[in-house]
Design a protein around this ligand. Sequence first.
Ligand SMILES: Cc1cc2nc3c(=O)[nH]c(=O)nc-3n(C[C@H](O)[C@H](O)[C@H](O)COP(=O)(O)O)c2cc1C
Length: 449
Amino acid sequence: MTLSLTELAACFEGVIPSILCTVGADGTPNISYLSHVTRLDDEHVGLSDQFFSKTARNIRENPRAALLVVNPHDGAQYRLDLQYCETVGSGPVFERMAADLRATSAQVGMTDVMRLRGVAIHRVLGLRAVRSPLAAAPPEAWRGSALPRMAAVVDAFADRTELGEIVDAALDALEAAFRHGATMILLHDPARDCFVTLGSRGYGRTGIGADVLPGEGLIGLSGKEGRAIRVSDASRLRRFGAAVEASSEQENRTRSVALPSLPGAMSQIALPMATQGRIRGVLFLESPKRLAFSAEDEAALALIARQLAAAIALSEADAAEAAPDAPIPRRPSEVASPHIRVVHHAHDDSVFIEHDYLIKGVPGRILIHMLEAFLSAGQVDFSNREIRTDRALRLPGLKDNLETRLLLLRRRLEDKNAPIRLLRLSRGRIRLHVAGYPIVISDRKSGAQ
Ligand SMILES: Cc1cc2nc3c(=O)[nH]c(=O)nc-3n(C[C@H](O)[C@H](O)[C@H](O)COP(=O)(O)O)c2cc1C
């Protein structure tokens, strides 16, 4: 039976280093390890040249080489006979491999050391299985094609119109279909240029409100570069944010929420949620198993992420249309108890309820605005349209992600078990519910909005 490079896809996952043997002009062999070998098509592979020295000299002197690759699922080994073609230092092949290298080296803080100098493209002249010195482990049970799993996930959220429902349905369906471990959905906040966690499953805590800067870790890189990034064996990688302890004191001190992490995560995949040329967020999955996500899973999850982005964009647009309700003003009574202390810091719009950090930025500003309308006029019902057009709120333009911000605020209030809640009335309409009388203390200069 003739083997093809496609059947060896798992050997190119970067889990077990490949071994390259080149030969000098005098016939002396040279061995080097390669962590990054890419299958370019059914006849070509690309070797990542970061440190080639003797290897590069030998290739110039003698363009024939032998490469040993290992299937990490079962330990099976294969020998590839190679013929050197060329080394490329730019173009799509180079960019893709450089981005992969950036993704893994960013995790170990070695972005400067692990720089791709070139991709040495080789033609595969021969390919055969070689006897492994160890008995091969049985391959894991095949989970079936990713296509039905993808269809089940997309089906679960495609008909939902409200942002919170879309996020929850997608998270639940992903968990049921892929049975991986943990999932996070982060949406891009253009005002602060970061990715904010809007929902998660499989972690000890939700992490709602935790943010990741573009370029930071797997999530930030995927969001910044707009491409899927997959790590199949994270045992050597330091997980971004993993060392950060999550506690109320820490949230109060840093005015930020720590990103949740899955202890012992081995496989991670981050997928950009892009639609109409705009990256709206990142879908992130992780698993305690090595090689949990195959290339086929990646393709399926990439499509799910795109569908999710489109559903979210539609829900934002729909919610913006809703007209305001006529509110029934009823000023709150100061004798209502208990009094709820709400502190607002104007420089970052951070809000603390009963000394506990809640949120910052635009959602913080919106909450203070609602509480002030409640205190001065008894307003409890608000429509997206009136929030959007309220100039005092200084929302950042039409593409303001208002639905996202309101959902984030609503979920953070729930997460913190706060005596103030936002209830969703209907599409584009929310109700403020205060279990007591809010005392709002803001250091905003009088007259400034
Ligand atoms: C596990 C492991 C993986 C490596 N992966 C690569 C690689 O992907 N690219 C690279 O240029 N060097 C890599 N190296 C370094 C090479 O094996 C080798 O040290 C380098 O090519 C210089 O040796 P040479 O003078 O024989 O070419 C790796 C080394 C180890 C131990």
